[in-house]
Design a protein around this ligand. Structure first.
Ligand SMILES: [Zn+2]
Ligand SMILES: [Zn+2]
Length: 238
């Protein structure tokens, strides 16, 4: 798209803040006020390592043993309206391209600063097949593909989900069982995983059941190392 055409589109359809609906600033995602809220969220300090969310690589409690390190942009507080939650809903409910690109760029910065290179395989925790059919997209796949492109790595769709039940409303034990029963390796992934380092992308980590189930499948397929990548990780606080 030419710069002039982009400018015209912005004038006719100005991007609105995904959080409050006011006019977005030049980042195209948040208004100036909500940009500050988002930046505050990304600068909250991890209680374990003391670094900001953007610099912390701590593995969340629910994913210990499943991933060797974890990237996140912001904390997630279940039920609380935060800029991170607004960004995730723009991605999850509407598959908004600007939300995909914004999150992918922020994630790619972290990966590149850690020296994560083009030899890594990027994949995602798959959304339930019935949700993909009704929504028309898998938000974690959109994010994984965009991030892979930015770091020059290969995206592989390694897994599919046949889950019938939403994880929401299940007990911790039921979540683990549901997740373990749900995922399977795709035919196209066979032979591409063995001996490789993997980036497992998901929009949000809450209990860690999804990450554990997906990591189990990837390790069984011969993955050497798995790192988790999330927009937001549940802080465990309400
Ligand atoms: Zn706003
Ligand atoms: Zn940390």
């Amino acid at each position: 798209m030419s710069a002039a055409f982009s400018a015209l589109m912005r004038a006719v359809f100005p991007p609105l803040c995904v959080f409050c609906g006011d006019l977005a600033d030049e980042n195209g995602i948040f208004c100036p006020h909500c940009t500050m809220r988002w930046e505050n969220e990304t600068h909250l300090l991890c209680p374990v390592c003391g670094k900001s969310e953007m610099l912390c690589r701590c593995v969340p409690a629910g994913a210990v043993g499943a991933v060797s390190s974890a990237y996140r942009l912001a904390p997630y507080y279940p039920g609380r309206r935060t800029a991170a939650a607004a960004l995730i809903y723009a991605l999850k409910d509407r598959g908004e391209r600007r939300a995909v690109d914004y999150a992918a760029r922020a994630i790619a910065h972290q990966l590149i600063s850690d020296g994560v290179g083009s030899d890594i395989i990027v994949t995602n925790a798959p959304r339930r097949a019935d949700k993909i059919r009704s929504r028309g997209f898998d938000q974690s796949e959109l994010l994984a593909r965009a991030a892979a492109k930015l770091i020059g790595a290969k995206y592989v769709r390694t897994m599919k989900s046949s889950a019938k039940t939403d994880q929401k409303g299940l007990s911790a034990a039921e979540r683990v069982k549901n997740a373990e029963d749900s995922y399977s390796l795709t035919a196209s992934a066979r032979g591409k995983i063995a001996g490789r380092d993997i980036l497992l992308v998901d929009d949000i980590l809450t209990s860690g059941a999804t990450t554990r189930a997906c990591a189990g499948i990837l390790y069984a397929a011969g993955a050497r190392d798995i790192r988790g990548v999330y927009i937001a990780v549940s802080s465990g606080e309400g």
